[in-house]
Structures are given as C-alpha cells and as structure tokens.
Design a protein around this ligand. Structure first.
Ligand SMILES: [Zn+2]
Length: 122
C-alpha cells in the first residue's frame, strides 16, 4: 500500500490534490488537477494551499475551478521513485513493533535480551 502524494508546502501533512505549475515565459502560475508526473517547476498542493495560493508580484494565477479530486491509486514508477526519495529524506522515529509481552503487565522473572526483570518485593 503506497502512501498518497503530499502537499509540497513546508510542514504541511495534507494529501496533494492539485499541482502548481510555473510557466515562466508567461509569468503565470497554473493551479490544476494533480499531475500524473512530477515535472520541473511543478509543486503538489493540498486543497487549502491550492485555493489560497497567491502569485508573486507581476504574475497571474490561473486556477482550476471546481473540485479537486484526490488522485486514484497509481503504480507509476516515477511517482514511486519520487516518494521513495521523499520518504528517505523524512526524519523518522523508529518504533519497534509491540510484542505479546506488552499485553501481559504481570511481573516476570528471567532474562529478556540483556535485561534482567526484577519482580517487586512483597
Ligand atoms: Zn498544503
């Protein structure tokens, strides 16, 4: 199961539903439906960011009118590669899977790995 594409704005965790494309020779920022391919000068945006986008001074904004649809699942290799790179760049806090022993909080005696479990004294 692949995670959906994310908004490219810093710190924004929302799913991307639109793609912003800068057309430099026309000084136009185009906010359209999510592009299937990541291209130079394109940025994926979530709906709030797509709606609230303002162009730099001297630029026009052409905005897709209507609903932004979440993208359908894709098996595109390019997207997979881009996500893999993004995933690698994201700081992660590894969290070990919880074993059965966490379901049983009763004191246990014995060695688990290099730790010795000492039961409380009565
Ligand atoms: Zn966003």
């Amino acid at each position: 199961m692949r995670s959906p594409r994310r908004c490219s704005r810093n710190g924004c965790p929302r799913q991307a539903v639109a793609t912003l494309t800068y057309v430099y020779n026309e000084s136009t920022a185009v906010v359209g439906p999510l592009a299937a391919f990541a291209e130079p000068h394109t940025y994926d945006l979530c709906e709030p960011h797509a709606r609230s986008l303002t162009a730099p001074r001297g630029w026009d904004v052409v905005r897709h009118e209507g609903e932004f649809e979440p993208p359908p699942p894709t098996t595109d290799d390019l997207v997979a590669l881009a996500e893999a790179v993004r995933e690698a760049a994201r700081p992660v806090t590894p969290r070990p899977p919880e074993g059965d022993e966490n379901l049983n909080p009763a004191p246990q005696t014995g060695r688990r790995g290099h730790l010795r479990v000492i039961p409380p004294s009565h």
